[in-house]
Write a protein that binds this ligand. Structure first.
Ligand code: ZN
Length: 259
């Protein structure tokens, strides 16, 4: 099976910048990847229904995640008081970036399995660890304003998505998630939760959660729909086709959507 993010690669310049600007994170990631890769066995071992047997953790995974979270705060890729969702999103971006330098695919697959499909277990784990590390780091530590670091942490996705009949899609990046791989949830607040339960494709380029503000559900009637520009929010009334390329009359942003 080929995973949709499998060919995702960064430049060697990006790698140099990463090693230089994020020294603690760079030192912590190899051990985290090693532990994720070991835990990947729990996906390979299928039960009689051909489903993975569940999560198999190792102590190595817990301690390496702990070191990585501390490193993230010390390298200021995230502020120590950021919320859980932001920490997990930053983890996702770092793991994908580290992979894009030519590191282990299995580690990423397990990361996706744990954080998308077993969301509550993984959130519980990160929450517990954050409670513990907040005593270990400088409490006033904030996210860096260094443009190099911001560039490295730029996600491979936007937060401007649309819902179509049987998938959700990113308006600005060529990313889609099919029905069965996401679900609508009402708690703790209305959102779309990506699980990759059906396809098990674990596309790490896709955010784990999209709130209602981030995902538009255009109403279609008489072949027309109202959609909003992902850059300036301008509402546009459009003719509906299977696949549409739309240009904003106000800011000229071009984006694509399908139905
Ligand atoms: Zn616009």
């Amino acid at each position: 099976m080929e995973y949709p993010f499998e060919k995702y690669r960064s430049t060697s310049r990006d790698k140099e910048a990463f090693l230089k600007l994020l020294p603690n994170v760079s030192a912590a990631l190899p051990e985290y990847f090693r532990a994720l890769s070991v835990a990947h066995h729990s996906i390979e071992q299928k039960n009689m229904f051909n489903q993975p047997q569940g999560i198999r953790q190792s102590t190595g995974l817990t301690s390496s995640l702990n070191l990585l979270l501390v490193a993230m705060v010390n390298d200021r890729v995230i502020g120590v008081n950021a919320d859980l969702v932001k920490f997990i999103d930053a983890l996702r971006i770092l793991v994908l970036k580290w992979y894009s330098f030519g590191n282990d695919l299995k580690a990423c697959v397990y990361f996706g399995y744990y954080y998308y499909t077993h969301k509550s277990a993984s959130e519980h784990e990160v929450r517990q660890q954050l409670d513990a590390i907040r005593f270990l780091v400088d409490e006033s530590s904030r996210v860096s304003e260094d443009t190099g670091i911001l560039q490295l942490m730029k996600p491979p996705n936007s937060r401007r998505w649309y819902a179509a009949e049987s998938h959700i899609g990113d308006k600005l990046y060529p990313l889609t998630v099919q029905a069965g791989d996401f679900a609508r949830v009402d708690l703790p607040r209305p959102a779309y939760q990506v699980s990759f339960k059906a396809s098990q494709l674990f596309d790490l380029r896709v955010p784990i959660t999209l709130t209602d503000q981030e995902l538009e559900r255009p109403e279609i009637s008489h072949g027309k729909a109202i959609v909003s520009c992902p850059s300036c929010g301008q509402k546009c009334r459009i003719d509906v086709y299977k696949r549409m390329e739309i240009k904003c009359p106000t800011c000229h942003q071009v984006w694509t959507q399908s139905t």
